[in-house]
Design a protein around this ligand. Structure first.
Ligand SMILES: [Fe+2]
Length: 169
């Protein structure tokens, strides 16, 4: 198990790991909602996870792929992916604006789930197979860079959350 954790993940492994984590939070949300239980914590965790994934893809992964590919086919897929990130971030903003209003938040979160599931399918079936074929792209080095950024972003998010909690106390 420990050995498995130490094995370096390449860039696509890192992104697919994010995708699986978000999907499992969505399943948890659906389960809690179906059973009439409060899903606030799970919604917040999913939004935090999506924001980190967004930053890593937009700031590191997409630019690296675009540089290595230099061809229109992939650029069009990257444009679509960037648009789908913008839509997800807009939905998250709406959710945050809805505050504790569960009647408003539930349909908004369902929209976010649909949108993110589509993003995951598009990337994993169209973009990632093309990226894997780009010989000029060092996916292992890119994966390490993305993992390092992820560690920073998680620490920043935890600090911000701790700050919010102590401000509320
Ligand atoms: Fe993604």
């Amino acid at each position: 198990m420990i050995e498995e954790k130490r094995k370096a993940l390449d860039a696509l492994d890192v992104l697919m790991q994010h995708h699986r984590e978000v999907e499992s939070l969505f399943s948890e949300f659906e389960y809690l909602h179906k059973n009439g239980r409060d899903a606030t914590r799970v919604m917040e965790a999913a939004c935090a996870e999506i924001k980190i994934h967004d930053a890593i893809e937009n700031d590191i992964f997409y630019p690296a792929v675009s540089d290595a590919a230099g061809e229109e086919g992939i650029d069009a897929l990257l444009d679509d992916a960037e648009d789908s990130h913008d839509e997800a971030l807009d939905l998250i903003e709406d959710l945050e604006d809805a505050g504790a209003d569960a009647a408003k938040r539930h349909p908004q979160f369902m929209l976010l789930i649909a949108q993110v599931k589509q993003h995951i399918m598009d990337e994993e079936t169209e973009l990632f197979p093309r990226v894997r074929k780009l010989e000029q792209l060092d996916l292992a080095a890119l994966g390490s860079e993305m993992k390092a950024r992820e560690t920073e972003l998680v620490a920043e998010a935890e600090l911000a959350e701790a700050g919010e909690k102590s401000a509320q106390a």
